[in-house]
Design a protein around this ligand. Structure first.
Ligand code: ATP
Ligand code: MG
Length: 808
């Protein structure tokens, strides 16, 4: 049996070579072989084998040759059961026959002439079926595409030329657009039969000028006129007659549903039925009702195209028009967006659908981007536009300014949101900014490398960041855009805050990047930091005379050209997570406004001290600099550093007083500097007025390795006491520490260490940084302790903040 030969014995058990998984024992092997994955792959392998045995490889065709042409020609050798055509380049095809005899007939024919072409027909190569796990497969495909791009990019004279090449290489071609338009036309004709007066409109990358080969086809089924039609039909007998006159009898699909009350999901169910039954070549029709906007997805076989149909999506059609406009306002936007999308895809940051002929040949199914919350292309494009709004001078005007440039006829209100902007780019004066593409690309990375994502909300409407504190309070405050008064939409809730907040330019209560988690935000920023560093090197700017990788090639190559810096292991960061804060604290921070960092820092310091003292049982031997007077606390606020990473702790420090810290130290002096610095978001830094001051600090002693074996002890305690781990995190962790102290021996020499907290933000992500330094570490354990604290401390602080807020 084939399944048996798939299982190999290994020193640790078994390995299934088909599914590429390890299996520990014989009973698991039996289960695995019967399981869905193994069975599916096994079936695919059998099908592939049959296909191989029934097909020939044909080369020498041209892109204008269709599947029908090939069927017509090859059916003289036997019944053709399938044709797989290399769509992107159109140079080869695989012709599959129903009978194996037909292969011999085709191969023995000496000359194959079809439509003036000399075709070459060869037997299929026999390939061992190999399953490549999806993620690995995606990476391999990306790598293959890049490998083919490299030589072409390297020989171009400049980064500008490379960016233009990326744009022309990936953009949606005219033939592709034409094919899409024909499909839309066909859908329109079919849908109007079922939904009289309905309109099907394209939006998204197919038409927003940023489309690439094989990007999906986003469609909006506009049923506004159909609703009117249905209402008339319902209430006037003439219309009802008219309905039967033109064949739309009461049995039509429209009579099954009342559009004025039906939910989008109900309507889309009908849409799915129509697609399945009436549209040729459409398959894999399914509904995703859990999406923010329910959608029906389908695949068009001939065009190898993924399509999405939504209803109630006028805003997306409008924001597509907005992107088109931006593209027309400045010709640099497109190459910039294409390059950044490609870079983001290479770095696994964004869900670009850059498919290639390789993907086609492999018949890769599904989204090639793999799991995890990634930036979508719309969000990424908005980030590029926002950067261009913030260039000096701006390349693209703010949405508010665009609104002012529109004339009366262009006024547009959708669902209460003001979506007014000029219909033509000619209405927008050209930008005075003359930076070239190469400089703008480097500028994009530099802008976001230092961006304070944690405490900013990106507003393309205002063309600047809005402070997160405006959005922390529950009601009414999330929208301070001056355009707000024009928006008549009743506002119940603000945008869903997350680690990256980009307000939609029109639907101002929607965070376009609301799907991202902390990890994806961090990865994005880290990738920008790496890219920024690389863009400062000569390898970015100068073509290599020795044929080495340079310019965009290194930027796109995983880790290419970027020196990996080892993080300072004795620093621990506690990120400001606006979205995870308890309600009460959010309100306090909202009231604090610009001073929110000081207040948050104060709370964090209080929690940090509690964790060291009460949870980890460290002995506090000194606490200095926390007990400053109130005027000082208000005065220090947070300093906006002029460059990222310049945490000059003596000159640029900032602090506040944790209310319950042991007040040992005397009042500290403040920074003598009276300069002000400007953050990229245009905020004036608040510098302290007094003299230079040291960071506050604690001195701690720890006599036990309270970080070692915590998980095991925690499990034991939970088991013994039948405790819910989430129940009382602080109590549980304290008990874990106590049990370790009780059971384990003391360290040979106590660990004495200093912890200096400070808060950063403004030109980098807002966070509290704790700098740890050994005072005495003869047992050499501080590294281990810091490693443990790195994960433990932020989590504990988060739950303590929650607890404190609950108690207050
Ligand atoms: P591509 O399909 O090439 O990835 P796209 O711009 O078409 O790029 P989609 O994810 O298909 O991206 O989204 C289609 C359109 O839907 C967008 O152009 C935008 O108009 C709208 N859209 C997508 N995501 C969001 C979002 N998070 N918030 C608001 N509108 C969105
Ligand atoms: Mg799309």
């Amino acid at each position: 049996m084939e399944s048996e030969s798939d299982i190999k014995t290994t020193p640790r058990g078994f390995h299934c070579v088909l599914c590429k998984v390890n299996v520990p024992n014989q009973s698991s092997v039996d289960q695995h072989v019967k399981g869905r994955k193994h069975q599916t792959l096994s079936n695919v392998r059998t099908t592939r084998k049959t296909q191989e045995q029934h097909s020939v490889f044909v080369s020498g065709i041209k892109p204008d040759i269709s599947q029908a042409d090939l069927v017509e020609y090859f059916q003289k050798f036997g019944t053709v059961s399938d044709i797989i055509l290399d769509k992107d380049r159109g140079v080869f095809a695989i012709v599959q026959f129903s009978e194996t005899d037909s292969i011999q007939a085709a191969l023995s024919c000496i000359e194959h002439r079809m439509k003036g072409l000399n075709l070459r027909v060869k037997p299929r190569e026999k390939k061992e079926f190999a399953y490549i796990p999806k993620k690995k497969c995606d990476l391999q495909n990306l790598q293959q595409v890049l490998d083919r791009l490299k030589p072409q990019l390297c020989q171009l004279p400049s980064v500008n030329a490379q960016m233009q090449y990326i744009e022309s290489r990936f953009q949606l071609g005219d033939a592709e657009k034409k094919a899409r338009n024909l499909l839309v036309q066909l859908l329109q004709e079919i849908f109007v039969e079922f939904f009289p007066d309905s309109q099907i409109l394209q939006f998204g990358s197919s038409v927003n000028t940023f489309g690439i080969h094989s990007c999906d086809l986003d469609l909006f089924l506009d049923l506004e006129n159909t609703k009117v039609f249905q209402a008339r039909a319902k209430y006037t007998s003439e219309a009802a007659e008219c309905m039967s006159d033109d064949g739309r009898s009461e049995d039509s699909i429209l009579s099954d549903i009342d559009l004025s009350t039906a939910s989008p999901v109900e309507i889309l169910e009908l849409v799915a039925t129509i697609l399945r039954r009436c549209v040729p070549s459409v398959h894999k029709v399914h509904m995703v009702s859990s999406a923010r906007l329910p959608v029906v997805k389908f695949h068009h076989r001939e065009l190898n195209l993924q399509g999405d149909i939504t209803v109630n999506n006028k805003l997306a059609v409008r924001n597509t028009r907005f992107l088109q406009l931006c593209s027309g306002i400045d010709h640099r936007l497109r190459p910039l967006v294409f390059t950044i999308r490609y870079w983001a895809k290479q770095k696994q940051l964004a869900a670009c659908q850059i498919q290639s002929e390789v993907l086609f040949v492999l018949k890769l199914k599904g989204n090639p981007s793999g799991p995890g919350p990634l930036l979508n292309n719309y969000a990424l494009t908005l980030l590029v536009i926002f950067f261009l709004q913030n260039c000096e001078p701006p390349v693209i005007p703010t949405v508010d300014r665009l609104k002012d440039m529109a004339c009366e006829e262009e006024e547009c209100l959708i669902e209460g949101w003001n979506c007014t902007f000029p219909s033509q780019p000619i209405a927008v004066p050209p930008s005075g900014n003359t930076q070239d593409l190469c400089t703008l690309l480097a500028g994009f990375f530099s802008f976001y490398a230092k961006f304070d994502f944690a405490s900013s909300v990106i507003s393309l409407r205002a063309g600047r960041v809005l402070p997160i504190t405006d959005f922390l309070c529950n009601k009414d405050n999330y929208n301070k855009d001056k355009d707000q008064e024009k928006n008549t939409k009743p506002q119940q809730s603000g945008p869903k805050l997350g680690p990256l907040n980009i307000l939609d330019p029109f639907e101002l209560s929607h965070n376009v990047a609301g799907n991202l988690n902390e990890r994806s935000q961090k990865c994005f920023q880290k990738a920008c930091q790496d890219a920024e560093k690389y863009c400062r090197s000569l390898q970015y700017l100068r073509k290599s005379t020795k044929g080495k990788m340079w310019g965009l090639v290194r930027l796109f190559t995983p880790d290419g050209g970027v020196e990996q810096t080892t993080p300072d292991e004795l620093n621990i960061s506690i990120p400001f997570k606006s979205f995870a804060l308890p309600e009460a604290l959010r309100n306090q921070l909202h009231v604090a406004g610009d001073d929110f960092r000081s207040l948050w820092f104060e709370k964090v310091c209080t929690c940090v001290q509690k964790v060291f003292q009460s949870v980890l049982r460290c002995e506090l031997t000194l606490s200095a600099g926390f007990g400053v007077s109130e005027d000082l606390a208000a005065d220090v606020s947070v300093e906006m550093e002029t460059s990222s990473g310049s945490l000059n702790t003596s000159a640029n420090d900032s602090l506040n007083s944790p209310t319950n810290a042991a007040q040992v130290g005397a009042k500290r002096r403040l920074s003598a500097s009276d300069e002000t610095s400007l953050s990229p978001q245009g905020k004036k830094a608040r510098m302290s007025k007094r003299g230079k001051r040291e960071l506050p600090y604690w001195l701690w002693v720890q006599k036990h390795s309270v970080w070692a074996g915590r998980r095991k002890v925690r499990r034991e305690i939970i088991k013994d006491a039948d405790l819910q781990p989430e129940g009382s995190c602080m109590d549980l962790e304290t008990r874990v520490t106590d049990r370790i102290i009780e059971k384990e021996e003391e360290l040979k020499e106590p660990l004495e260490f200093k912890v200096q907290p400070h808060v950063v933000g403004g030109t980098e992500n807002t966070r509290t940084v704790l700098k740890l330094e050994p005072c005495s570490d003869r047992a050499g354990v501080l590294q281990d302790f810091v490693h443990f604290l790195d994960a433990f401390l932020p989590k504990m602080v988060e739950s303590l903040l929650e607890k404190e807020a609950g108690g207050s």
